[in-house]
Design a protein around this ligand. Sequence first.
Ligand code: ADP
Length: 393
Amino acid sequence: MKILSVNAGSSSLKFTLFEMPEEKVIVSGTFEKIGLNSSIYTIKYNGEKIKKECVLNTHKDAVNVLMEELLNLNIIKSYDEIEGVGHRVVQGADKYSKSVIIDEEVCKDIVKFTPLAPIHNPANLIGIESFKEVLKNVKQVGVFDTAFHQTMKESEYLYPLPLEWKEKYGVRKYGFHGTSHRFISETMKEYLKKDAKIISCHIGNGASLSAIKDGACVDTSMGFTPLAGLMMGTRSGDIDASIVPYLCDKLNLSASEIINKFNKESGLLAITGVSSDLRDVESEYLNGNERCKLGLEMYSRKIVNYISMYNTLLDGAEYIVFTAGVGENSPIVRGLVCEKLKALGVEIDKNLNEEMFGKFGEISSNNSKIKVFVVPTNEELMIARDTYDLIKE
Ligand code: ADP
């Protein structure tokens, strides 16, 4: 069965076509700059990369081009060979704790939750509507970034704010990257043949940690929005909320302008003055750049703080798992984090850490009290699995 896994952004559309249940990737690609003057798309197929420029005014145009390319490449003979389309949806609020088949009600809810994810939810919905227009009778599934975190207890998801704000306005912790954290939880369960107490560290441009027990999320570091928690590429992570009105006054900017700066001009970028991309920061760090040293010290310290908190919350974690762009590929960050966890008995094997890039494996030494693993995440596959499971009946 051919299943498309889709992640629609405001001007982009990423896709992977899977053969399910074999979980084989047939083709994948990205459409970029949709709605801008010159769009680009890249398709990876049979070990080759096809890159083309064209004009795509809408996401529907991108879906049409995608389907035409699938026909041209002889991947499908007709549109109805695509039996399901799974969509990443960022915000499902407290209504969706699992993936669902998309119907009118789900679409209305995605609109309803837009104030909680003003950039992502509308883009995700445009993706859904575009596929609905082109593939009229195909079942579509919504896979929510927030769903995995719905198992958090009130004591974890509530902010110590007037309760009425939670009831009336939905002010609570939702958490994000849930599809990735669930993938880590399921992959470790499959490997260990049992559930374990895991701290999943999704460290990419955006970054979040989750404490996982019995396959369920106990707590996570992102909050009401993905701005909370760790220091990230361009995001500040947790800060004192009083800084907002203070800066509004000093800089003569609105609260949303200040928050925009916390989202886009802070984090590693602000501290290092070099880049939000860890590869650039690391190369300057290795050249002895003092601000990059400071940036990475702060960046790793925040991760350590959350790991320490989650270790107590889990009453002793058994596994720490690094994933996403940085987690999978940066021995430097993994090393800086783990050397600060000596008090928890964490010890990594330097050689294993240095050699581990983008593949599954253990990097801790035999003596380590908490085992440390690198596990490549695969949100696209998780979306395809959920879609297959929901539509196969
Ligand atoms: P997102 O999905 O949040 O955009 P990713 O998970 O793709 O982010 O992670 C992107 C980050 O991973 C970037 O900061 C990038 O520098 C970092 N990264 C990717 N490859 C490497 C590498 N080989 N070494 C160090 N950092 C890397």
